[in-house]
Design a protein around this ligand. Structure first.
Ligand code: A2P
Length: 319
């Protein structure tokens, strides 16, 4: 297994279990299967609405001596409705209570988009707060306080482009240590990855398998299916592996943390085994030759809400 090593020496396994879209009824078992299989990194978020079940699984695993708390790297994310300075600590408190933990290994600002406290998913312009009402610098100052208090050992961001990261860097006392972004061969994010690494941020790839189970509202009829690209089939045959393993190994080869989601025991095992799949330079070159670009999670659920103060340029550089 490859690891990210943070400045204080803490290590984060570069392959973890994703839990976005894992139904509350399934994620408990999935987390236990993952820990039994050898996963030591679980990626969570308040908005996935399944942290209580993840917490129950962690409690069982710790209680039965399957793993110790300090052996598992747990990430979660601050939802957009807790960006105001005095709300950030509340957001973490709820997540820690749901996960039944005293601290997180990594806490991320989930999106550079702010919502009013009572809003989970925006439906109209009034559901949002804009950057004048909640400067990103305020949210980040709240995150820094959590790190200082030891409640989050590491802090970072998610879905931040170069411009947004630069804004945080200009006002911060603690540099964000991670940017979690959509990343796979249709969206290799070469420039953003280089920018992050040059500025001290590690990168985590979400939707590494193309998130075929993303909600219908986030699907378009002509979206390409990543797992069906013929090149990955060819590489999978060459390495006697599966297409998913090739996709996971591709991120690991680039020193990018990767969090494939699964609630299926066999696929949970299969995905972990990708850590020992070595792609060669020719494989990497062939994958780099895929020029088709596609973003599955495009943020239109924020930017296309009537009256939204946010636009696509607040989220992404063009690909
Ligand atoms: P399941 O949970 O039933 O295994 P992403 O990580 O990009 O969001 O992708 C998650 C989707 O990929 C889910 O539909 C998940 O289904 C599926 N998936 C996870 N692992 C594999 C695998 N090894 N092979 C094929 N599909 C997989």
């Amino acid at each position: 297994m490859k690891y990210v090593t943070f400045e204080n020496g803490d290590q984060m396994p570069m392959l973890g279990l994703g839990t976005w879209k894992s139904a509350p009824g399934e994620v408990y078992q999935a987390v236990l299967w993952a820990l039994e299989a050898g996963y030591r990194h679980i990626d969570c978020a308040a908005v996935y609405q399944n942290e209580k079940e993840v917490g129950n699984a962690l409690k069982k695993a710790f209680g039965e001596g399957l793993v110790k708390r300090e052996e598992v790297f747990v990430t979660s994310k601050l939802w957009n409705n807790a960006h105001e300075k005095d709300q950030v600590a509340e957001g973490l408190k709820r997540t820690l209570s749901d996960l039944q933990l005293d601290y997180l290994d990594l806490y991320l600002v989930h999106w550079p988009v702010s919502l009013k406290t009572h809003v989970m998913f925006p439906e109209k312009g009034e559901d949002f707060l804009n950057y004048e009402q909640v400067p990103l610098a305020d949210t980040w100052a709240g995150m820094e306080a959590l790190k200082r208090a030891g409640k989050a050992r590491h802090i970072g961001v998610s879905n931040f482009n170069q411009k947004k990261i630069t804004e945080v860097l200009e006002s911060c006392q603690v540099t964000p240590e991670m940017n979690q972004i959509e990343l796979h061969p249709y969206l290799p994010q070469n420039e953003l990855v280089t920018f992050c690494k040059e500025n001290g941020l590690q990168v985590t790839a979400y939707s590494p398998l193309g998130s075929a189970d993303r909600p219908k509202a986030r699907k378009k009829a002509d979206d390409p299916v990543l797992l069906e690209h013929p090149l990955f089939r060819k590489l999978a045959e060459k390495h006697e592996a599966t297409v998913a393993q090739v996709l996971i190994a591709w991120s690991l080869h680039r020193d990018i943390v990767v969090i494939p989601k699964s609630v299926n025991k066999e696929r949970i095992h299969q995905n972990l085994q990708a850590a020992s799949l070595q792609l060669d330079a020719a494989d990497m070159q062939a994958i780099a030759g895929i020029l088709e670009r596609h973003r599955y999670i495009d943020g239109t659920f924020f930017t296309e809400v009537p009256g939204s103060p946010y636009s696509q340029s607040d989220l992404w550089e063009p690909v």
